[in-house]
Design a protein around this ligand. Structure first.
Ligand SMILES: Nc1ncnc2c1ncn2[C@@H]1O[C@H](COP(=O)(O)OP(=O)(O)O)[C@@H](O)[C@H]1O
Ligand SMILES: [Mg+2]
Length: 240
């Protein structure tokens, strides 16, 4: 199974979501081996993984792979061999400035594509002008890819109504892209936890004694677990 995080606009939470999905309880329970794959030549996750190793964090089920080639065959071969040894592949892609090709390849090879998007004019325009044409093209060639593209409302104000935001996206999205049943709220904890190569699940253990930070982190953990549950359900539905 392959899940990709895609959005031609940078800074929408793709890398953060990808790494925390790999370490989520939901995915750790559902899969024996998880490969976190970065297509971004800038290497945000590669640096994070290096910090992880330097700080000796336990990784058990998760392995990390960096593929920056833009040659379709090279990427496909890389994915194929990672696929042989892993039950779940999570792919993080760069924004458009570094790699439109990566976005295309990720959309074409994935069982499920998650598109974190803020409700702002800028990002909605990027979605409709840059990403939707790519998705449309893929469906044209490969009809069974329909049903595999999901917008995840991102950086949502934690106090605003989830249902209203989902409804808003459902209204503006074309028929071949759906809105995820969960949202990705904005949380201040994301400023700190990943500096030392941690995932949220590890960060929360490190702040147990600070009640305020711990509460914040717990909320972020439940956001991610809910998104993971949603992704897993959709993956299972697509398998049958
Ligand atoms: N839910 C969130 N709330 C607040 N800040 C976040 C959230 N998710 C990610 N961030 C922060 O936003 C920035 C961009 O996130 P990143 O995952 O690198 O986006 P992308 O990979 O799409 O460029 C990072 O500084 C990250 O720590
Ligand atoms: Mg990124």
């Amino acid at each position: 199974m392959i899940v990709s995080f895609v959005q031609t606009k940078g800074g929408t939470g793709k890398s953060t979501l990808a790494l925390n999905l790999a370490f989520s309880n939901v995915m750790q329970k559902a899969f024996e081996s998880i490969a976190l794959i970065e297509f971004d030549p800038q290497g945000t996750l590669r640096d994070w993984w290096q910090a992880r190793e330097e700080n000796h964090w336990q990784t058990k089920k998760v392995s990390f792979h960096h593929i920056s080639s833009t040659q379709k065959e090279v990427v496909q071969d890389g994915i194929k061999s990672i696929n042989l040894h892993n039950e779940l592949l999570i792919v993080d892609t760069p924004g458009e400035s570094t790699g439109k090709l990566h976005t295309k390849i990720a959309c074409a090879i994935s069982d499920l594509v998650v598109i974190p998007t803020r409700s702002s004019t800028n990002e909605e325009l990027a979605l409709s002008n840059k990403l939707l044409p790519i998705l449309k093209e893929i469906i044209k060639i490969n009809a069974h890819k329909q049903g595999g593209f999901y917008v995840l409302p991102a950086f949502v104000n934690s106090r605003s109504s989830k249902d209203k935001i989902i409804q808003y996206f459902e209204d503006i999205l074309p028929s071949y892209v759906e809105c995820m049943g969960s949202v990705y709220p904005m949380r201040s904890v994301y400023e700190n936890f990943n500096r030392e190569g941690m995932a949220l699940q590890e960060y929360i253990k490190s702040v147990e004694k600070n009640r305020r930070v711990f509460q914040q982190a717990s909320k972020a953990v439940s956001d991610v677990e809910e998104i993971a549950k949603n992704i897993l359900e959709r993956l299972n539905n697509r398998q049958v």
